[in-house]
Design a binder for this molecule. Structure first.
Ligand code: 3Y8
Ligand code: NAP
Length: 249
């Protein structure tokens, strides 16, 4: 009997949850609990960490999970690494559901950097107006560049004091639109955008708006993940669920 653990938190995970629900496949959608009110899902949902690899192995066994689909965000590297280790230990087939990284097109002025620290270093010395569209978890390193005026877009209002002296906050949950993001960038006189190479459609709007406005984007590469089966579409995931052995590593 198929029982799927869907590690979610992305547009693709929500898309897959709808497909599993309409196919009547027994599935549990899993959120980390990063946001106050995550989007409701059409399948039973759990919220919160598992307690590392050991906790996830215990969960897989206790819940009789037969397949794991890791549809987390490309930057949710610890969850993805834990899933590879736990599924291997528990002997449960795992498939990543991943969107390809964004590639620059004509008119794009993207500066790719390997990590957040390199993104900080890529900012100019002279004070600038910077749109930090990387969420809440990676703000501290930018405190090394207090001279800039930062525009932050967060899902929930931040608790406590921000590490940046000159920051303005917009509370918004994607997916976003190019028109909306172009208006936001213009209204704040943004000169640089810092973003993660998330791929997909939900966070793409700011890059399209940047091209239209001729603004440079400092784009952070994805962290490396261990080799695992990858599906690029809902159909490929459904095939994995029907025949886990078919997808090569
Ligand atoms: C908690 C679930 C869906 C999923 C929607 C996608 C698209 C909209 C765009 C910008 C970039 C950012 C951020 C972003 C986007 C989708 C997707 C995506 C980027 C929710 C959600 C959860 C999270 C966690 C949150 C992080 C933060 C990152 C904001 C729900 C809304 C910047 C990533 O406050 C915090 O702690 C937020 C943390 C991880 C990155 C960070 O480090 O701060 N996502 N985002 C999930 C959980 O608890 O398991 O609340 O409904 C989901 C979505 N956010 O079903 O429609 O698929 O990527 N999420 C980035 O791409 O850089 C915003 O502003 O332009
Ligand atoms: P992370 O750093 O890779 O994971 C840290 C820990 O959070 C994991 O070890 C696990 O705790 C818990 N966790 C992460 N995702 C989980 C999930 N889906 N279900 C249950 N526990 C989870 O994760 P993150 O980057 O903070 O991302 C957290 C969530 O936000 C994920 O669902 C991800 O898809 C979503 N998201 C992240 C980003 C981003 O930019 N990072 C963007 C959009 C959406 P235990 O070790 O206790 O099991």
């Amino acid at each position: 009997m198929t029982r799927v653990l869907l590690l979610g938190g992305t547009t693709e995970a929500s898309q897959l949850a709808r497909a599993l629900a309409s196919a009547g496949i027994d599935a549990v959608f899993s959120y980390a609990g990063r946001t106050e009110a995550p989007v409701a899902q059409p399948v039973p949902t759990r919220v919160g960490g598992f307690g590392g690899v050991a906790g996830l192995v215990r969960y897989l066994r206790d819940e009789g999970v037969t397949h794991v689909v890791d549809a987390t965000h490309p930057f949710a590297a610890r969850m993805s690494r834990n899933a590879v280790e736990a599924c291997d230990a528990a002997g449960v087939p795992l498939c990543g559901f991943e969107r390809p990284p964004w590639e620059p097109g004509r008119g794009d002025d993207w500066r790719s950097v390997p990590d957040v620290a390199a993104a900080v270093a890529a900012l100019p010395d002279t004070p600038a107006r910077v749109f930090l569209a990387i969420g809440r978890q990676n703000l501290e390193p930018f405190a090394a560049r207090p001279q800039h005026r930062y525009l932050l877009r967060l899902v929930d209002p931040p608790e406590g004091v921000l590490p940046l002296p000159d920051a303005e906050i917009v509370i918004a949950r994607g997916p976003f639109t190019e028109t909306g993001d172009a208006a936001l960038l213009s209204a704040h006189g943004i000169e640089f955008i810092v973003a993660k190479n998330a791929g997909g459609t939900g966070a793409r709007a700011k890059l399209d708006a940047a091209r239209t406005l001729g603004l440079p984007v400092i784009l952070i590469d994805r962290p490396a993940l261990p080799p695992r089966r990858i599906a690029r579409s809902v159909e490929e995931v459904m095939a994995f669920l029907a025949h886990p052995a078919d997808l090569g590593v």
